[in-house]
Design a protein around this ligand. Structure first.
Ligand SMILES: Cc1cc2nc3c(=O)[nH]c(=O)nc-3n(C[C@H](O)[C@H](O)[C@H](O)COP(=O)(O)OP(=O)(O)OC[C@H]3O[C@@H](n4cnc5c(N)ncnc54)[C@H](O)[C@@H]3O)c2cc1C
Length: 501
């Protein structure tokens, strides 16, 4: 039996009663904010428009200013391009003809999935033609023998998961943006998400891709085999290439069997060293059924309470852990989770907690974590960092950032995928300060490197982190990347101003 303390739940925070500010203003144009120079590309003109209208029909060539806006501005309301046109192909052949034409006419393009990217890769910087993949959303085949799904790249992640769920499978990738992001965007950013600790990254789960190169050539890498050592693993080149090497049009994904039982423990802890001990214990006690380990500090929960009105169900603690298990035997898993939490309480690693087993309660606990980024749209300015760190330095990074910023911002907080050493570090301020932003970015980049981490754990480089690419890679690796880019896209029409400084 669990202690009463363990079942203590639904304690409402006593937080400052500050009403939410809404961020209704659009950001300034990226070219102005970041003082970028336009490349030597041709401007989009009437004959180009006619070509695209002939190819796609008028409805799939968007030029209406109001409709263009959602494609020109990023999800986090930090960047704004000024594209005059969005193209919405439905087939690989159409993507191929669009790129062949753009390459021949030196027109820059910006491939766009669900436009939820966090590094600014998905929106144009100037007037790049936006190629939206949202109408390439066909699920082509689910092979029940091998557990693989083949689909076009514009399928929304959540829809893909629902489709494979009907056949008893699960998409081995889950993130807060699942209702909007595309599987193609996930591949292009090498998205990580909540279940990476269980299923590994996309390099292992993506079996095949179809990609259209800058010159329009269709590259067939659609081998559905888990094992294939015939030459270079070319598909891996496009995983994480952020639309700079080609447009991904089809994906073959390996899907594991859908877990039949799921439990979530939401725990309150006193100190980061207890967080680490509990994490280590979870790995050892829960073993093969452990499927997610998310951490949030107190300031994260305060921020979420203020901007997205979520409430900790266990009261007020310096740290929170959300630990999920997924398995095939409910009784077995439930026993393991409860034994783990009881033991963590008895060892004083954990101060309080609650376990949810039914679907609605599990979703409720997950929302506490998933809704945090939604607050970023409402809070004024936020410096968002997505770093990976050796786990012992994970929270030192937040402490050091707080000391660095002192009282120059309203709040500094950290949350993220602890299981993968992936920290989302955030500094929130009511007003934007360019000097502060620049010095903070430098501080985070230098500190992360000092700690032996990476300045981009899962969000990619995009536009916002491009200047760190040479710093984050050896000179040899950086030069090879530029050589590959030159080889695949000699006219540099694919997503210019992104990844490369
Ligand atoms: C609430 C929220 C939670 C998030 N949580 C996570 C998380 O846990 N883990 C994580 O990794 N990310 C997370 N993100 C970031 C984002 O959702 C991911 O980067 C996602 O993979 C982007 O997919 P998308 O379809 O929206 O792509 P976009 O944002 O449209 O594009 C991202 C990049 O990929 C390129 N691209 C898109 N589609 C294609 C294509 N078919 N071919 C070639 N290039 C393409 C774009 O040019 C751009 O450079 C989160 C974002 C939000 C808003």
């Amino acid at each position: 039996m669990m202690s009463n303390k363990f079942f203590k739940s639904m304690v409402i925070f006593n937080v400052k009663n500050i009403s939410s500010r809404s961020y209704t203003n659009l950001p300034d144009f990226t070219k102005n904010t970041f003082n970028v120079e336009r490349g030597f590309y041709n401007y989009f003109q009437e004959p180009h428009l006619r070509f695209f209208q002939n190819l796609l029909g008028n409805e799939r060539v968007v030029t209406d200013l109001f409709d263009l806006e959602r494609h020109n501005v990023d999800w986090f309301l930090q960047l704004r391009g000024s594209s005059d046109v969005v193209l919405k192909p439905k087939t690989t052949e159409e993507v191929s003809k669009i790129l062949e034409f753009c390459n021949g006419n030196k027109l820059a393009v910006c491939p766009q999935g669900g436009n939820t990217g966090a590094s600014g890769g998905s929106v144009p910087v100037f007037d790049e033609i936006i190629i939206s993949m949202e109408m390439m959303n066909e699920i082509i085949n689910i092979d029940e023998d091998s557990g693989t799904v083949t689909c076009q790249s514009g399928v929304i992640l959540e829809s893909l998961d629902k489709a494979v769920a009907e056949k008893g499978f699960v998409v081995p990738l889950d993130l807060g943006a699942k209702g909007s992001c595309h599987i193609g965007g996930n591949v292009a950013t090498n998205a990580g998400g909540m279940r990476l600790i269980r299923y590994g990254n996309l390099h292992g789960n993506i079996l095949g891709l179809e990609v259209v190169k800058a010159n329009g050539e269709v590259l067939n890498l659609l081998k559905p085999m888990k094992k294939d050592n015939t030459g270079f693993h070319l598909k891996n080149l496009f995983i994480g290439s952020e639309g700079t090497l080609g447009i991904i049009t089809k994906v073959i994904l390996q899907c594991p069997p859908r877990p039949r039982s799921q439990h979530v423990a939401f725990l309150g802890l006193q100190k980061y060293d207890k967080v680490l001990k509990t994490f280590k214990k979870a790995r050892s006690d829960l073993g093969e059924i452990l499927s997610a380990v998310e951490v949030m500090d107190h300031a994260t929960i305060e921020f979420a309470h203020e901007y997205v009105q979520t409430v900790s169900p266990i009261g007020d603690y310096p740290f929170y852990l959300l630990i999920e298990t997924s398995g095939s035997s409910d009784e077995h898993d439930e026993h393991k989770v409860h034994a783990f939490v009881e033991s963590a309480l008895n060892q004083h690693f954990v101060l309080n907690g609650t376990v949810a087993s039914d679907h609605t309660k599990v979703r409720g606990l997950w929302e506490l974590r998933e809704k945090v980024p939604v607050g970023f749209k409402k809070c004024g300015w936020v410096g968002l960092f997505d770093v990976s760190l050796p786990i012992k330095h994970y929270y030192t990074m937040v402490d050091e950032t707080r000391s660095f910023l002192k009282n120059r911002v309203d709040s500094v907080f950290g949350f993220g995928h602890l299981g993968d050493g992936n920290l989302h570090l955030n500094a929130v301020s009511k007003k934007y300060d360019e000097t502060l932003k620049t010095s903070l970015e430098k501080f985070v980049a230098v500190k992360t490197t000092e700690f032996g981490g990476s300045v981009s754990a899962e969000h990619g480089v995009g536009f916002l982190k491009r200047r760190y690419l040479p710093m984050a890679n050896s000179p040899g690796a950086f030069h090879l990347m530029t050589d590959v880019k030159k080889l695949l896209d000699p006219n540099r029409i694919l997503n210019p101003y992104k990844i490369f400084p």
